[in-house]
Every structure is written in structure tokens, then in C-alpha cells.
Design a protein around this ligand. Structure first.
Ligand SMILES: N[C@@H](CCC(=O)N[C@@H](CS)C(=O)NCC(=O)O)C(=O)O
Length: 199
């Protein structure tokens, strides 16, 4: 049994929910947006970030480590796993997309605290970084996938969860970008994305 600590909006938590559903694994989610859930999370992980997972005797934080662990235990199902040199391209894609969504998250939460990019050079850099990364990522997409075999891998999962979070939070004008809008529309029919929508 997997106990997943996380919110129902986090793009990183959504990746775990997607993988668990794809592999037909049973999991229980503890909502860390509640006071109790947040308290439980902080008792368990020193970094106070989600996703955090308890699985058998293992206690793991960080979506990448959690997915590695799930793949090791349960296999990868139909998820595309890159081999050889492709691994490094996939790694660059995922790390770039992570950096974009992390910067967008920073801008979003500081905005809630009343701090705007126009008031902080560091925050302005975060918004510029999002633009820089998404420009590069956009050019890597071919017909809604990153590779020619048209299977969803962890890079497509990272992009879908990140763009959909940006759209949900109005953190980037995703719908005004034809390539990204098309990407989201195309993959929206996937039931594992549909069943994990941010709420
Ligand atoms: N590298 C981490 C990033 C996780 C992360 O940034 N999670 C956010 C939610 S989307 C979080 O818990 N933020 C809490 C905070 O910054 O206080 C992963 O892949 O799991």
C-alpha cells in the first residue's frame, strides 16, 4: 500500500498519482492542504515538500526518487523509458521543465504575499526563466510528443502536469500558445490525466 502525502493541485504530486494509476497501484492520499495533513507531513519529512510517500518500510521524498522507486518495485508499464543517449535528453527536458514550474510556483506564491516581479529583480528573473525554458521546450516538441514513437514518458508527464498547473493558477498564458494549447488538448483525453486534474 502506498501512502501519498500531497495536495490535489501540486504538479509534482500529480506525477505520482498519474504513475500509480497507470500501473494500477492502490494508494491512499493524505491531503497536505489541510491543517492535519500539513502537520503529519512536517512530522515525517524535514523538507516539508510534497510529494512524500510511505511505501512498505520506505519513506521517500521528491517525485523523481518516488517514481524511480515505484518503477523498481512494480515495473514501468506502458510508460516510455529512454535508453542510451536518449536518457540525457530526457533528463534535460525534465530538469528544464521542473525549473520552469518551480520558478512559476515562486512567482505565484510571492504574488499571494503581495510581492510582484516588478518589485524584485530576482522575481523578474524567475518569470524570464519560465519564458526562456518554455521557448526551448516548445522547440523540442514534435506533434505533442518529445520522441517519434509517440508514447508518454516522464518528460511528457512533466510538461503536462506543469503546463496544466500554470493554466490552473493563471501563472502563464498557456492557452494563448498554440503549441502548448494543442499539447494539453491532445493529452487531455488520457484518462490518467483526466482522473488527476487539479481541484
Ligand atoms: N523536486 C521536488 C519539488 C517538490 C515541490 O516543489 N513541491 C511543492 C508543491 S508543488 C511544495 O511542496 N512546496 C512547499 C513549499 O515550498 O513550501 C519534487 O520533484 O518532488
Amino acid at each position: 500500500m502506498i501512502r501519498l502525502y500531497g495536495s490535489f493541485t501540486s504538479p509534482f504530486v500529480r506525477r505520482i498519482r498519474f504513475v500509480a494509476q497507470k500501473l494500477e497501484l492502490t494508494y491512499e492520499q493524505i491531503d497536505t492542504m489541510t491543517e492535519r495533513g500539513q502537520e503529519e507531513l512536517r512530522k515525517r519529512t524535514p523538507i516539508w515538500k510534497v510529494p512524500y510517500v510511505e511505501m512498505d518500510d520506505l519513506k521517500i521524498w521528491d517525485s523523481h526518487a518516488i517514481i524511480d522507486c515505484i518503477f523498481g518495485k512494480y515495473g514501468t508499464g506502458s510508460i516510455r523509458i529512454p535508453v542510451g543517449e536518449e536518457r540525457w535528453r530526457e533528463s534535460n527536458l525534465i530538469h528544464a521543465i521542473d525549473a520552469a514550474v518551480e520558478s512559476a510556483i515562486n512567482v505565484f506564491y510571492l504574488g499571494k504575499d503581495g510581492i510582484l516581479p516588478s518589485q524584485s529583480a530576482y522575481l523578474k528573473k524567475q518569470t524570464d526563466r519560465v519564458d526562456s525554458i518554455l521557448k526551448w521546450v516548445r522547440a523540442e516538441l514534435r506533434e505533442n510528443f518529445f520522441t517519434g514513437d509517440k508514447r508518454i514518458g516522464l518528460s511528457e508527464l512533466a510538461l503536462y502536469t506543469s503546463l496544466d498547473w500554470m493554466r490552473f493558477r493563471d501563472a502563464y498564458p498557456v492557452n494563448e500558445d498554440p503549441v502548448f494549447k494543442d499539447f494539453l488538448d491532445f493529452h487531455a483525453s488520457n484518462e490518467d490525466f483526466r482522473n488527476t486534474e487539479p481541484v
